[in-house]
Design a binder for this molecule. Structure first.
Ligand SMILES: [Zn+2]
Length: 309
């Protein structure tokens, strides 16, 4: 019996990874869809469904952050758009508030910002309630949390009073830069470039995994439970399975946002403020006094992608 137990212990893969398994939460911003001007419903449905199918298949407990202005066409609620959100929630995925109009806190005051934020929670709340969930997470558009301590504190205080939990980001994928070029190539039916952009995006994510792991280890001596920022675009829809595989191959487990922010490292104090939209890793590093060297190996985006017309 004892021999059997020992054998099981060694055959169990968790033995080898115990205490070392990396963890990541997938967060998808700007729901329902970042369509870069293509309003065709089939196109949008395709993006949305592909993401959900991949989350189901890869058991990724994703959360989506909604801009409710996208649910309206000429001030009338568009049932196609609300159906997409319904589909998301009935498939078991969470939703959070990302303000109504994707308002920028750097160019608005607290009153303007919170008015927009409250306008952005109405339909999402309704859909979540119908599905026995509640709205609890908030993600700042552009990751702009307030460029001074006073401005940041007043919003944090407001969010806490409203019962919102802030959704930080530790892993910025830069996906929107690749996605914009990718969709242009898609529209032009430029299949060679389309494939190249996809390939370079995955290579970029791979480099970013190493980069953020290194940063986290330098800052904290271990890899934090990461929170990945992606957007609901065609590129991610087409590559979600590949992205999932990339993280699985790097020994990552997929966890929900609740579990991610339970990592005590999220309590790390932030003492510096600016107009930047940077990851929490970067904010913690600046707060701890790290300088240029800490950021120097950040993977760059191929020039042709930024210049693609
Ligand atoms: Zn956004």
């Amino acid at each position: 019996m004892k021999t059997l137990y020992i054998l099981f212990f060694f055959l169990n893969p968790s033995f080898f990874f115990f205490g070392q398994q990396n963890k990541i939460c997938f967060t998808i911003d700007d729901l329902p869809v970042v369509n870069y001007g293509i309003s065709d419903t089939n196109f949008q449905k395709n993006i949305f469904s592909k993401m959900i199918i991949s989350f189901n298949k890869n058991k990724i407990p994703a959360i989506g952050f909604v801009n409710e202005h996208k649910l309206y066409t000429n001030d009338t609620l568009n049932s196609f758009q609300t159906q997409l959100l319904n589909q998301w929630v009935t498939n078991g995925y969470e939703l959070g508030n990302h303000t109504f109009s994707h308002i920028d806190y750097n160019s608005s005051n607290l009153k303007e910002y919170t008015t927009d934020l409250e306008r952005g929670e109405l339909i999402t709340k309704e859909i979540l309630t119908q599905n026995h969930q509640c709205l609890k997470y908030f993600r700042h558009p552009f990751l702009h949390v307030g460029n001074t301590k006073g401005k940041a504190d007043s919003l944090t205080e407001y969010l806490a009073k409203k019962g919102y939990i802030i959704a930080p980001v530790t892993f910025d994928s830069d996906d929107y830069i690749f996605a914009s070029a990718y969709q242009k190539a898609y529209v032009k039916n430029d299949t060679l470039i389309l494939k190249q952009i996809g390939k370079d995006y995955i290579t970029h994510l791979q480099s970013k995994i190493h980069f953020y792991e290194k940063q986290s280890n330098t800052l904290f001596g271990r890899n934090i439970r990461h929170i990945l920022l992606l957007h609901a675009n065609l590129l991610n829809a087409d590559y979600m399975d590949t992205i999932a595989k990339l993280f699985i191959d790097s020994q990552y487990d997929f966890i929900n946002l609740d579990k991610a922010i339970k990592d005590e490292l999220y309590k790390t104090e932030i003492t510096v403020y600016g107009r930047w939209g940077i990851s929490w890793i970067d904010k913690w590093a600046l707060s701890k006094g790290y300088t240029k060297d800490f950021f120097k190996d950040e993977p760059t985006i191929p020039v042709y992608i930024e210049n693609y017309k």
